[in-house]
Design a protein around this ligand. Sequence first.
Ligand SMILES: Cc1cc2nc3c(=O)[nH]c(=O)nc-3n(C[C@H](O)[C@H](O)[C@H](O)COP(=O)(O)OP(=O)(O)OC[C@H]3O[C@@H](n4cnc5c(N)ncnc54)[C@H](O)[C@@H]3O)c2cc1C
Length: 419
Amino acid sequence: MKFDSLIIGGGLAGLVCGIRLAQGGHKTVIVSRGQSALHFASGGLDLLNRLPDGSPVNDLPSALAELARQAPQHPYTLIGAASVIRLARDAESLFTQSPLAMHGSLDTPHHSLTPLGKWHRTWLSPRHACRTIGSSQRVTVVGICGFLDIEPASIVDSLQREGVSCRQAELTLPVLDQLRDNPSEFRSVNIARVLDNDAQHNALLHELHQLARHSDLLILPACLGLDNPRIIANLQASIGCAIACVPTLPPSVPGIALHQALARYFRTLGGTVLVGDKVQQAHPEPGGGYRVFTANHGDIPLRARHLVLASGSFFSQGLVATRSGIQEPLFGLEVQDPGPRSQWYQADFFQPQPWQQFGVLADAALRPRKDGAPVADMFVIGGVLGGFDPIHLGCGGGVSVVTALHAADQILAHQEAPL
Ligand SMILES: Cc1cc2nc3c(=O)[nH]c(=O)nc-3n(C[C@H](O)[C@H](O)[C@H](O)COP(=O)(O)OP(=O)(O)OC[C@H]3O[C@@H](n4cnc5c(N)ncnc54)[C@H](O)[C@@H]3O)c2cc1C
């Protein structure tokens, strides 16, 4: 099978890169082994919330200039501030105007409500995330009886401290009893499969009607809209009350819904996803491009002119730590020198952890190096890249999206003939 581009990893970075390439007319395949970080994340994407010295980011252009000074290996520094801003605006068009229907803009950063009732600054958030609460709004925070992956009382307490008129209530729905009997099964994704089902629509509507009687806004745990993206908008219209969702402990319904929407959009554009397959080896072809061998295709290679490595961080095994060092396991690409193991982490869990910055080294074009030389026809994007701490800086989603678009644009600019 021959492709213009083959992407290793179908998480946020791989899918966004694939969408851009498919939009540009490239015949693109994504090989993806399994779940991605999105299955565990909130579904919101942060661009850059803090600088390494801890100072908050208020003005993006000046923050990117300061980031270049404080973090020379950060992917944004490699790409350059002007390109980061241009690509972030491209991403906004992709996420807000496409079927992905996210909310947000560089010009108006907003905050979304966390499971602890705190406000988290973000760049793009799922359409039904809880973003603002009007001063005169009467809010009901709705828990689901027996569901332990969110604590409505904490949210109520936190909002009341801000002066919000807020009360707590519970959705009981007998149809959930079967799941409720087994606490390990009573998780957001399984609940969503029940609540999204048309057969339960009337029962759900009836309960929400009761809960909305003295409210202007219902805040629900994000256990809706996995397979039925329209369900929340439809429920809102029926009960005449706004509904917003708060992420729960993983697995994350909004994260999985975003993953599914990206994959669907990629396929709609003509892209191919080989789900549950794993790239095991890739060999350069004499005239350029690669022969790629996967677990499911055995000795039948996939051939591609360009390779994009989007295999994620340690979590997705795009990086592997041994007792003595860090490796990129597929190609043995150059990674940052992590120093002695005793300096990989800080004893205080809440401090920035040095290991978060470990990853593949790349140049301004996001080309990796091996044995001291740049690797031809290959780009590296997303969490497998080194030089940034996604948690401390609040930039994980942004780095994935911006680097994905940067690599795709360079591949499209090449316009070499397919094999
Ligand atoms: C719990 C959690 C919460 C987060 N919260 C936020 C947040 O609020 N805001 C934000 O901006 N960011 C957040 N992030 C970070 C953000 O989600 C990630 O930075 C981003 O999703 C990483 O995407 P990625 O595509 O680079 O990697 P991944 O999502 O890790 O995807 C890599 C994929 O590659 C596959 N793969 C690996 N090796 C192979 C191989 N050999 N062959 C085939 N496939 C392979 C893996 O199976 C995986 O599917 C969070 C992350 C986590 C884990």
